[in-house]
Ligand binder design. Structure first.
Ligand code: HPA
Length: 271
């Protein structure tokens, strides 16, 4: 069923664009404006794509975009669906699988996250080195779709080491401060309690968010190389006097928009 749906989706997209980029990018909360850096060739609203779900969260536009970053062809998912919206995991990872079947080799995922690493501040960036899946489920549950990948995918290097190096070089080139660490993926939609944040710190995390982990799992299943970046939009619950709000998340993402875009532009061209 899923593979059949993917085939229909890819056929529709192919009827609008013959492009075969090697690189795919997912833009997270408030980070969609990277598209301004892009030479857009084709923009397709999610609502027009068979089996795609329109986005509902504020700060998430829903478009699949083909374009160029310098000489690098890319396909961009501007906005994502989240598990906390009530979507099935199958729906959450459907766009990621679509990109793989369109022929990408590397996937760059971006998100907004709460930070709790030492010296972290709102507005910092964190290169994701590894993750802990605390969402309580896994997008590969159910019968394995053998056309997509193996039953028991290896996750030893879920985040590609060479891509991590390239991200570091791009940050160094821009003189932008960055962290590296483990991202804890939770279901949301509540933000964490301070006790939960202390727990996540104890188990070795540095950032927490409500996305990315399902896509990384689906992408590894498909054999893609994955790079992922968190924009630390806020200090996690209990670490500042402020209460957490989605407004703070999108405000911070907006503040670092320029830095984020120029980093991504450099990094994508280096892939
Ligand atoms: N927790 C979980 N998800 C988030 C946060 C947070 O503090 N900030 C942005 N996304």
């Amino acid at each position: 069923m899923v593979f059949q749906k993917l085939t229909e989706t890819v056929k529709y997209i192919r009827s609008l664009s013959p492009a075969k980029p090697r690189v795919g990018v997912t833009l997270g909360s408030g980070l969609g404006s990277f598209v301004k850096e892009l030479e857009v060739e084709q923009s397709i609203p999610y609502k027009d794509i068979p089996h795609f779900m329109p986005t509902t969260v504020e700060g998430h536009q829903g478009n699949l975009i083909f374009g160029k970053v310098g000489s690098q062809s890319v396909v961009i998912l501007q906005g994502r669906n989240h598990y906390y919206e009530g979507h099935s995991m199958e729906t959450v990872v459907f766009p990621t699988r679509t990109l793989a079947l369109l022929g990408i080799e590397s996937l760059v995922l971006t998100n907004s996250a709460g930070g709790f690493g030492e010296t972290m501040q709102a507005g910092d960036f964190m290169i994701i080195e590894d993750h802990i899946n605390l969402m309580g489920t896994n997008p590969l549950m159910g019968p394995n779709i053998k056309e997509l990948g193996p039953r028991f995918p290896d996750m030893t290097e879920a985040y590609d080491k060479k891509l991590i190096e390239k991200m570091e070089l791009a940050f160094q080139k821009q003189n932008t401060r960055y962290h590296k660490g483990i991202y804890c993926g939770v279901s949301g939609p509540t933000y964490e309690t301070p006790a939960e944040v202390r727990y996540l710190k104890l188990v070795g995390g540095k950032a927490v968010g409500m996305s990315t982990v399902p896509e990384v799992i689906a992408a590894n299943h498909l054999g893609l190389r994955v790079a992922a970046l968190s924009c630390i939009t806020n200090l996690a619950a209990g670490l500042s006097r402020q209460k957490l709000s989605h407004q703070e998340v999108t405000d911070t993402a907006k503040k670092v928009e320029q830095q984020f875009s120029s980093f991504l532009k450099d990094f994508i061209q280096a892939i």
